[in-house]
Design a protein around this ligand. Structure first.
Ligand code: 6R9
Length: 567
């Protein structure tokens, strides 16, 4: 096994093994104002604290780039702009605990609004810009959101008739009417002064919807205490220092785009690059070159596309500013690590965590030698293990449930409106991730796969149930089953098996129509790339779709236990 030496240079923490032995989370809290006051607000810690520090006020907080559009905000401007958003929301009646959703593309006002929500003590719910009507409705409805901030372009996907809790809609790029508020008008008249609502560690901050194998997406609810771990991992793992130019490529509709696209960089006072627009290797390398990005947090699916684009594109840009590169969301192929070392002169550091865990848990930190293919080791303050279904810790090299001892700061508070679901994550005090893994004798963790049916396509989790439910809304479809099929570039693609209603025949047009139906109803990334018409869907006697069987058949693997299969 080839081991790659640790990252050279000076780091925030050099001896993780020693830190792991002595660390307790309460030590971290001393870095925040609430250690003295007892009250906190993550927006204050991420923005206002720096704006009030003369040495930092005029440092760039945000560099926004979308094609030819560029905007830069200092910490002082960030504070003023988010105060305006906070005043706007307060005038609309937003109070502590309300759910306020953001459905807009990445742009500076997204971030101002995000902190404006938090400053009111309300809970922010960011949605992917790519979501279509059904996906938007499910999330707004489940959360009982009372206010939505969106854009004129996305507004047609919001069906207010089905959303009785939604009181106010603020629209960027649209004039006010009886039903709508004009974002620009309200912001312009709002004061730049605002006293944040002071909160407790347990008060709600963020609601991220994530896919499960059954039922609609679940609302993972995070509290303000999560910031302790965003701050710590930003320092230890991203290795953020005051003069870093940091770029996290994730959309804030995904947890990586909030924990590491908002909190970690700004809590650590770094300059945060926000890139809008479409992905192209050319555009991405230009961003690194132009803004002299030093720390870059991205995902395997993007790295695989960059590798596929060829070495010349990379070599035609000056990427020498890069100091530290990291990845999350899917297994990081060893080939990609070797490729990056050759082409960028940088190793990619893998990190493992989930929406539910709120922040990184198992990582290749800067001073740990990398074993390509392994996710690394638990951060200080985290005890991880591989356990069996009864909660017993398994010896090295044995496959089992990847689990983490409950009780870390960024652990979700609950599943919104579903305490039972939340409780079902735990065995004997262990949080059970749904991933299977092995640990080696040196304590490195090796990812094996998901234990449920959740599909990971280009780093986005898609619940098969959600796609199946949508498919059967189409008049041609009687039943549907959806699986993930391995794919070189995307990790997995979505394949749908369907049975047709009487009077409908298989055709290229019909399949295309079904793909579009999902694209328009849910989102582009949920649309099946392959559709197969079958005469029946395998089910258990209790009526559950046996996706495992379809997957085994598709991949030519043994069918395994079929005892519960219905005749
Ligand atoms: C942050 C995030 C979580 C699931 C997780 C696992 C997969 C994440 C990974 C990884 C292999 C890694 N995953 N990081 N698999 N290696 N380094 O991705 O959150 O969208 O909730 O996904 O993603 O299966 O359980 P989320």
């Amino acid at each position: 096994m080839k081991m790659l030496a640790p990252l050279a240079g000076k780091h925030n923490v050099t001896d993780f093994e020693a830190l792991r032995r002595s660390f307790e989370w309460s030590q971290m809290e001393r870095n925040f104002s609430w250690f003295n006051t007892g009250k906190l607000n993550a927006a204050y810690e991420a923005v206002d604290r720096h704006a009030e520090n003369p040495a930092k006020a005029d440092q760039l907080a945000l560099i926004y780039q979308d094609g030819g559009t560029e905007e830069k905000w200092t910490f002082k401007q960030m504070k003023e702009r988010s105060n305006q958003a906070a005043n706007m929301l307060k005038a609309l009646g937003v109070t502590k605990g309300d759910r306020v959703f953001l459905f807009m593309p990445r742009c500076p006002d997204f971030y101002a609004s995000f902190f404006g929500i938090l400053k009111n003590g309300a809970v922010a719910g960011p949605l992917f810009e790519a979501f279509m009507e059904q996906a938007v409705e499910d999330r707004l409805k489940d959360s009982g959101a009372s206010v939505l901030i969106t854009t004129a372009e996305l507004l047609p996907r919001v069906n207010r008739a089905n959303l009785p809790d939604l009181k106010e809609v603020v629209v960027l790029g649209c004039e006010s009417s009886d039903m709508l508020h004009d974002y620009t008008e309200l912001m312009d008249k709002a004061s730049t002064e605002f006293e944040p609502v002071w909160l407790d560690k347990e008060d709600g901050m963020l609601l991220h919807y994530t896919s499960g194998s059954t039922g609609k997406p679940k609302g993972v609810f995070h509290a303000h205490r999560a910031m302790i771990q965003h701050y710590a991992t930003g320092k230890w793992v991203l290795d953020l220092q005051q003069d870093d130019i940091y770029w996290c490529t994730a959309d804030p509709g995904w947890v990586t785009g909030t924990s590491y696209g908002i909190f970690a960089p700004w809590l650590n006072g770094a300059t945060n690059v926000i890139a809008g627009g479409r992905f192209t290797p050319e555009a991405w390398y230009s961003i690194i070159e132009k803004h002299k990005v030093t720390v870059w947090y991205t995902a395997p699916t993007a790295l695989r596309k960059l590798a596929a684009a060829g070495d010349e594109v990379a070599h035609s840009h000056d990427l020498s500013s890069l100091r530290h590169v990291l990845s999350v969301g899917e297994p990081l192929n060893p080939e990609i690590i070797y490729w990056a070392e050759e082409v960028y002169g940088k190793r990619i550091h893998d990190t493992w965590w989930m929406t539910e865990t709120g922040a990184m848990l198992i990582v290749n930190h800067p001073t740990l030698p990398i074993k390509p293919g392994a996710m690394g080791k638990p951060i200080p303050g985290i005890e991880a293990a591989v356990i069996d279904d009864a909660g017993n810790v398994l010896p090295p090299y044995t496959s089992g449930n990847l689990a983490v001892k409950a009780g870390w700061p960024s652990m979700m508070k609950t599943i919104w409106g579903n305490q039972e679901k939340f409780d079902s994550y735990f065995i004997n005090g262990w949080y059970v991730s749904g991933d299977s893994a092995k640990v080696d004798e040196e304590g490195y963790f090796w990812f094996e796969g998901r234990l449920d049916d959740v599909i990971n396509t280009s780093g986005k989790l898609v619940g098969p149930f959600e796609v199946e439910s949508k498919l059967i809304e189409h008049p041609a479809v009687t039943e549907a089953a959806v699986i993930g099929k391995p794919d070189e570039e995307r990790g997995e693609i979505i394949k749908a098996f369907i049975t047709l209603d009487k009077g409908h025949k298989d055709s290229v047009e019909l399949r295309e129509e079904l793909r579009l139906f999902i694209k328009k109803g849910l989102s582009a990334h949920a649309a099946p790339r392959e559709i197969e018409i079958v005469t029946s869907i395998p089910k258990t006697r209790s009526g559950k779709i046996m996706r495992r069987l379809l997957r085994a058949k598709e991949l030519g693997l043994p069918l395994g236990d079929t005892s519960t299969l219905e005749e």
